[in-house]
Design a protein. Structure first.
Length: 263
């Protein structure tokens, strides 16, 4: 499932020296195997997934790493496996999209936020033909909530996340909702639109599933994350943060995002 400015200015070293200090060995990056469109997903050809990974987040990290001549490879893995590999500094040293929570901040280094998603509530129109009475996230506690295994839902601070009925992926989440395993779920609208467009789900387009914005919620900020257990993680964090700032200031981030999230 969305960059950096001058390292030299912050560290008070010559730019050339910093460039020479960068680790330019092959960098292994992972992200969620369930895909996170329009930010990270497999390119489709004639509605069939290819091996090529694309999306806004891919464009951003490609611009950053190519600029600094750092070779990289992105693989989409089961999310828990991706996080465990980064935490333990095994094969993978960073991921492209993660939200913050206190536990993750102890496990990983975070980049500055570089895109936002927005929470919507999804419910069965069969069970709730008149919609659900949700005026803010505090009202979610009156319903049985569904969610995806391994996802933090860090913005849902008023929700008992331990009580969520968790499913393996988004298609299963939609089916479980209609099977009345829970009453509703709150998810990132942009991602579910992207999954519907790819044909991976039909949650947005299913006439039996209703949806509405979750009132009172700010945008859900997403970051790149890096390992704490390998010094390259801190180097990548600093490089990425400064490039992200430069890309934001120049308008480049907006130009990349508008390709995938038209306004």
């Amino acid at each position: 499932m969305k960059t950096r400015s001058t390292l030299a200015a912050l560290l008070f070293f010559p730019a050339l020296g910093l460039a020479q200090d960068l680790d330019r060995s092959l960098l292994h990056i992972c992200d969620d195997g369930d895909e996170w469109p329009p930010y990270t997903y497999y390119l489709r050809y004639n509605h069939q997934a290819t091996a090529e990974i694309t999306g806004y987040s891919v464009d951003v990290i490609t611009a950053i790493l190519n600029k600094h001549h750092i070779p990289f490879q992105i693989n989409l893995l089961p999310w828990k496996r991706c996080l465990a590999s980064i935490e333990n500094a095994e094969t993978y040293l960073m991921a492209l999209s993660a939200s913050k929570n206190p536990e993750r901040e102890k496990q990983f280094l975070f980049s500055r936020p570089y895109y936002q998603t927005h929470y919507y509530v999804f419910y069965s129109k069969i069970k709730y033909p008149d919609g659900v009475n949700v005026t803010g996230q505090a009202d979610l506690g009156r319903y049985r909530l569904g969610g995806i295994k391994g996802y933090a839902y860090s913005a849902l601070t008023a929700v008992n996340k331990d009580a969520m009925v968790r499913t393996a992926d988004y298609p299963t989440l939609g089916r479980a909702l209609l099977a009345d395993r829970f009453d509703l779920f709150a998810e990132d609208y942009e991602v579910l639109v992207g999954l519907d467009r790819l044909g991976s789900t039909n949650i947005i387009s299913d006439p039996k599933i209703g949806h509405k914005p979750l009132p009172g919620m700010p945008g859900n900020a997403f970051h790149m994350i890096f390992t704490r257990k390998n010094p390259r993680g801190a180097q990548l964090q600093q490089l990425v943060n400064q490039e992200l700032q430069q890309m934001q200031d120049s308008g480049e981030l907006d130009k990349l995002l508008i390709k995938y999230v038209p306004r």
